[in-house]
Ligand binder design. Structure first.
Ligand SMILES: C[S@@+](CC[C@H](N)C(=O)[O-])C[C@H]1O[C@@H](n2cnc3c(N)ncnc32)[C@H](O)[C@@H]1O
Length: 275
């Protein structure tokens, strides 16, 4: 897939589920738990200086660049959106890690890498949005080296959602193909694809304010003025954007954060795996 310059904001707002393209446009993505969760995930996947890491659904490259800078290891980020990849490359240059981080456009369902390539494969808030989660995990396994780590951080129901409002809100924000699972369901898929030494950590979201503060600290202070500038510009200039935001805000159920948390799930590919 060829990378392209970000498309116009009017075109983006006409998509059925514009959330990720809107985020690529203003230059930020997020996952639940922010950098604290990323550190936890990297530690559980034993990431260090020698690790060759793949960040699936890397968005604008926040974790890829952060990890390369922290561990001086080689990181590859892949995302289905070429606009995300455009932003990720911008970020790698700003962070001066372009020599050890590379980004490619590609789908988690058909990763553009050979078998047995990476020591660790992570995905943060990505598999939730993919219908065929088992296939995506099998792809992560395929490209991981025997004995390599697969780690994901995904939204997880901590209590069975009871209200129709909650389902309606999520369908507005993330679309109907996306599906949030419970920790038990995530573990079942890990077992189905024969991951070993499975570790699970589950967390409460901690409320909206905490979640947004975690995201802001993860994005990085120096990026905030530009992101807010783009957001403000879009808000003033595009009535369709104002309608979109209003629709999201009005649909948020009061008890969302009682039900919704996130989980970190890590497993290892068997050393006998042969693709
Ligand atoms: C919630 S964002 C998270 C981005 C990043 N991991 C982070 O934590 O900031 C989800 C990302 O997954 C990407 N994505 C969705 N479906 C995908 C797929 N099938 N293959 C690869 N990336 C995908 C989206 O384009 C988006 O960048």
């Amino acid at each position: 897939m060829k990378d392209q310059h970000p498309r116009s904001f009017e075109e983006i707002l006409e998509l059925d589920v514009p959330i990720f393209e809107v985020q690529a446009w203003w230059g930020s993505t997020k996952h639940l738990g922010g950098q604290k969760a990323t550190n936890e995930l990297l530690a559980l996947c034993r990431v260090g200086e020698q690790t060759k890491l793949l960040d699936v659904g890397c968005g604008v490259g926040i974790t890829s660049c952060y990890t390369a800078k922290k561990y001086h290891c080689c990181v590859t980020g892949v995302d289905i959106s070429s606009n995300m990849i455009y932003r990720a490359r911008e970020r790698a240059e700003k962070e001066k890690v372009q020599n050890i981080v590379q980004f490619e456009t590609g789908s988690a369902l058909n990763l553009p890498f050979p078998d047995n390539t990476f020591d660790a494969v992570i995905a943060e808030s990505v598999l939730t949005f993919i219908g065929d989660k088992k296939r995506a995990l099998q792809e992560c396994l395929r490209v991981a080296k025997p004995g390599g780590y697969i780690g994901i951080n995904e939204a997880s129901w901590l209590k069975e959602p009871s209200s129709r409002e909650m389902i309606n809100h999520l369908s507005i924000v993330i679309g109907d193909e996306a599906e949030i699972l419970s920790p038990e369901e995530w573990c079942n898929i890990f077992e189905e694809v024969h991951l070993r030494e499975i570790t699970v950590e589950r967390f409460l979201f901690g409320g909206a304010t905490r979640a947004y503060m975690a995201s802001i600290s993860q994005i990085g202070g120096k990026y905030i003025p530009r992101i807010f500038g783009r957001f403000f510009l879009a808000y003033v200039r595009y009535p369709a954007f104002r309608r979109y935001l209003r629709k999201i805000l009005l649909s948020i159920p009061k008890d969302l954060f009682v039900y919704l948390g996130y989980g970190i799930y890590v497993g290892r590919k068997s050393t006998f795996f042969n693709f």
